[in-house]
Write a protein that binds this ligand. Structure first.
Ligand code: SAM
Length: 257
């Protein structure tokens, strides 16, 4: 399998491999695998008070968001992943001064989040949940790990009312289906903030940066892969501009008990 096929491969196992780290960091920024850099992390929590909270990061990837929140908001962050190499990677790349605030793990052998009930003030997830088909099981576990009145904060793609095509590797939710699955998992006070305009700016900035890295990506990974990444992000811009896809910040609260 060449680099291009490897990156395009639909299974999350092969895309999210250690050998793609330098490519991810060139596209998304240091220790990140999602669009918008740290500005989008600040914006995700812009209307919330998060300083000093205990948090769980679902799908921490390379650990960049956890490092950022630990350093800039003095938070204690646990993280959960499906890829064991990411646990090792995040520990190895965490700035030394914040390692006491961090804990990374994979799901236990029964597929459960390995943290105690009512451990967290806040659970967050950025750019991950469109990989998860059985959201209800995961969201029930999230609910259990939250303290009463705790908050679940999500950044994810949402599709318009029309029936979404769920034949691909990524799961397409509508606002209604997200609302329903969060309710089923025991959450209330569910709200949706459409961040698509902000995301449009983030994708445009990403493309500007990609232009500057054209030579180096071409040399290391091949010109075809560069074009593939370029076209994917151009397509994303068109999808956002034509309201075929929305970037949503979703909040859901665990009831007080
Ligand atoms: C687009 S990356 C985002 C990583 C990180 N949140 C960030 O913004 O840099 C998606 C991540 O979700 C992880 N992932 C996929 N399914 C998951 C699941 N069911 N639970 C936890 N993580 C998952 C992948 O391993 C990958 O690291």
């Amino acid at each position: 399998m060449n680099e291009k096929e490897h990156f395009k491969e639909s299974s999350s196992d092969s895309v999210y491999s250690l050998k793609n780290v330098s490519l991810f960091e060139t596209i998304y920024g240091k220790n990140l695998i999602s669009i918008g850099s740290f500005a989008s992390v600040d914006y995700m929590f812009s209307d919330l008070t998060i300083k000093g909270l205990n948090a769980l990061d679902i799908g921490f990837g390379l650990g960049g968001i956890a490092f950022y929140l630990a350093k800039n908001y003095q938070m204690k962050i646990c993280g959960i992943e499906i890829h064991p190499w990411m646990v090792k990677y995040a520990y190895e790349h965490a700035p030394k001064d914040i390692t006491p605030q961090l804990n990374f793990a994979i799901y236990d052998d029964k597929g459960r989040i390995p943290y105690n009930a009512e451990s967290f003030d806040i659970v967050y997830s950025k750019g991950v949940l469109n990989h998860v088909r059985d959201k209800e099981t995961l969201f029930q576990q999230v609910n259990t790990t939250l303290k009463p009145s705790g908050l679940f904060v999500i950044t994810d793609w949402i599709f318009p009312q029309s029936t979404p095509d769920n034949s691909g590797p990524l799961v397409c939710e509508t606002q209604a289906s997200y609302q329903q699955v969060l309710q089923n998992a025991g959450f209330n006070k569910i709200s949706f903030r459409n961040d698509s305009k902000m995301f449009l700016g983030y994708v445009q900035a990403l493309l500007e940066n990609l232009k500057k890295c054209k030579e180096s990506i071409g040399q290391e990974y091949g010109k075809e892969l560069f074009s593939e990444i370029w076209n994917q992000h151009q397509e994303l811009i068109e999808d956002i501009q034509h309201s075929r896809k929305f970037s949503m910040r979703i909040l859901a609260k665990k009831p007080a008990g």
